[in-house]
Design a protein. Sequence first.
Length: 181
Amino acid sequence: MEKVWYTYDDIHRVLRGLALKIQQDGVKYDAMVAIGGGGFIPARILRCFLDIPVYAVTTAYYDSETCGKTADEVRKVQWLDPLPDTLVGRNILVVDEVDDSRVTLEFVLKELKKEPFNTIGVAVLHEKIKPKKGKLPEGLPYYSGITLGDAWINYPWDADDIDEHNRLAASVGWAADKHID
């Protein structure tokens, strides 16, 4: 499988562009719900540009973050339970780092749709262009920063050695030949 590396600077620039897409779409989001652990850092950076609070949910689907092996089903680890009164009837933006199989996104969205929100949108740093196991609800506002094929994405927050990670990112690059916009 092809591997790509992104630096924190790369991620920051992509999320700035993603925030502009979200702002230009016309829906005013009141809060973000970050899907942990991958959605935490993108949501925190988006907060700088969207100026809205971040809430968190955590699920478990991948048995191993390094091998990509999945469990039989997604399960809740941490949730908005009870739902804070400040979110009732509001527009929320669900944030994750990558839309890969879409199984986690589908699970989270189904669970959030049970709550009294107004609009629920989704923002992902990376969208993989490949067949998906999960489905998104029709008409859902959906935003992605970068689309790419089915590559293994190496994020800087997963690096043991950030200098080596950045060296690989510089040598491989992430220019037009590594993603589709």
